[in-house]
Write a protein that binds this ligand. Structure first.
Ligand code: ADP
Length: 705
């Protein structure tokens, strides 16, 4: 059992011997007995502690008991402390005076010990009880405050997680409105500031009658009191926190003229708002909007204690909204950059097509002038290289969005190495490097996109050429190790510090940015290498013994089990000869007259019958009259685009048989999908590789048989 807490009892008498008597009488109550020999002393004591009861002698020199009692009553702490007068002159007039001074009882002297004890005991018990109740009330209040604090922190934690879960303002703002109801408000209206800083789009949430769930709507007009407050705030150039607005007493919270949203017509909440606050959404000094919180059906009213929580929530929301807007800006800028790069590549490709076709025509003219042949080959090589560069440009934009598509075929690893060397030869030669090649004895084949794999190796070779002093040595080898084809590019160059070995594959990472720009690139080459190798199901690794000690890049790809009869890597000319196609009827459609005519020239040289059209309707007419077997159709035609032309061609009488080939500067997935949907059989990226063209014509020719 817990020990009973003692209470304090004050006994005031100017005679010490009387005090002794009271003490001995009251001792058996077991309470704390405090004594005072004057009114002044008693007054001092009541200022320091709370007494359960005060026993006061009426007759005392200087300040008598009545006077002392009156003063005790004036002190806040003792204004309700029970006072018992002890006097030997007990008459009615005096008694009345005592009661007027706040006495609760009288005890005539000489005191009857039993009576005194009984009365004091009653007041002691009463005091103990009151003290207990007060303590319990205080504990309850503290518990409630702690619970409320916990609820608020849980609410803010949930708010933070909701607000940080999305970087999209389209979901953030309705989420914010929903968060506030019903915890903070019966109605929440979130209003975005538009470009001009005026109230724009709104998001609403409000309690349903059963308060189980909140209703939500978008695009409802602002309640008049919110609109007025925002208008004033925005006009003053600064929207300030407005606590405890008392909205006029309309019957409804909003104006019920909502925007139609399909079949649903969202309704404004049907309750009056009796207490509200408006908080601006401010981040980095910019007002992004405002939030109006209102109370109505719950019967609550906002008080100053509600402001900190509301401000905390809205502050977090403003930061989240600011982040979402910044993220949007970055995405938009990135999207515009990708679009620009894609368009640039497209525009650069267009002039390449006629040049490439023209070179082919020159070759076929059978001019025996060695210089013409040499120059023709040089132009051919360079245009091919330029086409590759343009592709790289596209790759930069696509690499981040993972849009690069491979066209893997089984290929000979040595052939790829040769292609890569071909690409890198100009740089290797210009820097007078010695290139030591080591190829496998037996045919080693991998499943790879030949161009992309050559691009990977050429990138590594080019880097070795760039980062090795002139007259250096570069080894390029390919070997089979277990199930893998292992390509190694090693050099005697500047080497790579150990801490940079894994980082060099990150986008835009360069070990030494101060390098002469004619040597250094943009820091995208190795990112492309790694991404392409990984897309082939392989991996790439860099090693170096340190600065000045050269580097080695190792690419590992899954090998194809070698065939029994090693292939003779056929040169391209041989392929063309083997497949010498029969004459085909080809319709070439391109608004770029040079491109169309040069392609026609090339086809005619190969014995095909060619018709030209420079726009959609002309192509459709030609198709009816000429009945082409193959249509090479540019997509970017003025007026009716290539997709539409293809759809119509497919619907024509010859439409099912004709081989439809799209030619475009755009190789993105989206364009390829559109091509398929429009009925194209193939989607080729300009400039079209003559070998691919031969393949297509071979297909058509084969169907003649
Ligand atoms: P870039 O060559 O355009 O700067 P890369 O992505 O191809 O970009 O290479 C990234 C960085 O890795 C280079 O800037 C260079 O510092 C380092 N690096 C790449 N290859 C070599 C190499 N063979 N020897 C030394 N350093 C290299």
């Amino acid at each position: 059992m817990s020990e009973i807490e003692k209470v304090d009892i004050l006994v005031v008498d100017d005679l010490p011997e009387k005090l002794l008597v009271y003490q001995s009488i009251l001792e058996e109550l077991g309470e704390n007995l405090v004594t005072a020999t004057s009114g002044a002393e008693a007054l001092k004591l009541v200022l320091q502690r709370d007494f359960a009861v005060i026993l006061l002698d009426v007759y005392m020199p200087q300040m008598d008991g009545f006077e002392t009692a009156a003063l005790i009553r004036t002190r806040k702490r003792s204004s309700h402390t029970p006072i018992i007068f002890i006097t030997s002159y007990y008459d009615e007039v005096r008694t009345a005076k005592g009661y007027a001074h706040g006495a609760v009882d009288y005890i005539p002297a000489p005191v009857e010990p039993e009576i005194l004890r009984a009365k004091v005991r009653v007041f002691a018990e009463l005091f103990r009880m009151r003290r207990q109740i007060a303590r319990q009330a205080e504990e309850r209040a503290q518990r409630l405050a702690a619970e409320e604090a916990a609820r608020q922190s849980a609410f803010l934690a949930r708010a933070s997680s909701v607000l940080s879960s999305s970087l999209d303002s389209e979901t953030l703002l309705p989420g914010l409105a929903r968060l506030a109801v019903p915890f903070l408000a019966d109605l929440a209206v979130v209003c975005r500031a538009d470009e001009a800083g005026c109230p724009g789009r709104t998001e609403w949430a409000w309690v349903t009658p059963d308060a189980e769930e909140a209703s939500q709507a978008r695009g409802l007009p602002l309640p008049t009191w919110v609109a007025d407050a925002l208008d004033r705030g925005f006009r003053a150039g600064k929207l300030r926190f407005m606590a405890r607005i008392d909205p006029p007493a309309p019957s409804r919270a909003g104006n019920p003229s909502p925007e139609r949203d399909g079949d649903h017509e969202p309704e404004s909440p049907d309750f009056p708002v009796s207490s509200a606050m408006i908080l601006p959404l401010v981040a980095r000094g910019r007002t992004l909007g405002a939030v109006a919180l209102g109370l109505g059906p719950s019967g609550r009213r906002y008080g100053p204690e509600d402001a900190p929580l509301a401000e905390d929530l809205i502050g977090r929301a403003a930061i989240a909204l600011d982040n979402a807007l910044l993220h949007r800006q970055i995405l938009d800028a990135d999207h515009r950059k990708t679009e620009f790069l894609s368009m640039l590549a497209h525009e650069l490709r267009n002039p390449l097509a006629p040049i490439r076709n023209g070179v082919q025509v020159l070759r076929m003219l059978d001019l025996n002038e060695p210089l013409v042949i040499q120059v023709g080959e040089m132009i051919d090589r360079q245009t091919a290289h330029m086409a590759r560069l343009v592709d790289d440009l596209l790759d930069i934009s696509r690499i981040t969005s993972g849009k690069i598509r491979l066209q893997p075929v089984p290929i000979d690893a040595s052939a790829v190495v040769n292609s890569a060397l071909e690409i890198s030869r100009p740089l290797l030669e210009s820097r007078r490097h010695q290139c030591i090649l080591s190829l496998p004895q037996q045919g080693l084949r991998v499943m790879a996109d030949p161009d992309r794999l050559a691009q990977v190796l050429a990138n590594l070779l080019n880097n070795s050429a760039k980062y090795t002093k002139e007259d250096g040595r570069i080894w390029l080898s390919v070997d089979r190790e277990g199930d893998e084809a292992v390509f190694r590019v090693r050099d005697t160059g500047i080497g790579i510090p150990a801490e940079m070995l894994s980082k060099v594959f990150d986008l835009f990472t360069q070990v030494d940015r101060s390098l002469d720009r004619s040597q250094g690139g943009l820091g995208i080459g190795l990112t492309l290498v790694r991404r392409l190798v990984e897309m082939h199901g392989g991996r790439v690794q860099a090693t170096s013994a340190g600065p000045g000690l050269g580097s080695e890049f190792v690419v590992r790809l899954p090998a194809i089990i070698p065939v029994e009869h090693p292939e003779h890597p056929a040169d391209n000319g041989a392929t063309v000869e083997r497949r010498a196609p029969a004459s085909c009827r080809v319709l070439v459609v391109d608004d770029n007259v040079d491109a169309a005519e040069s392609l026609a020239m090339l086809l005619r040289f190969n014995g095909h019958e060619v018709r030209l059209a420079f726009e959609g309707p002309g192509a459709l007419d030609a198709a009816v009259e000429f009945l082409p077997e193959l249509v090479l159709l540019d997509i970017g035609l003025p007026g009716m685009d290539g997709f539409e032309v293809a759809r119509r061609l497919r619907m024509g009488s010859n439409g099912r048989k004709v081989l439809l080939v799209a030619m475009t500067g755009y190789s993105q997935e989206e364009y390829q999908r559109k091509s398929r949907e429009a009925g194209f059989d193939y989607h080729l990226v300009k400039p079209v590789d003559p070998r691919v063209l031969e393949e297509l014509l071979g297909q058509v020719g084969a169907s003649h048989a």
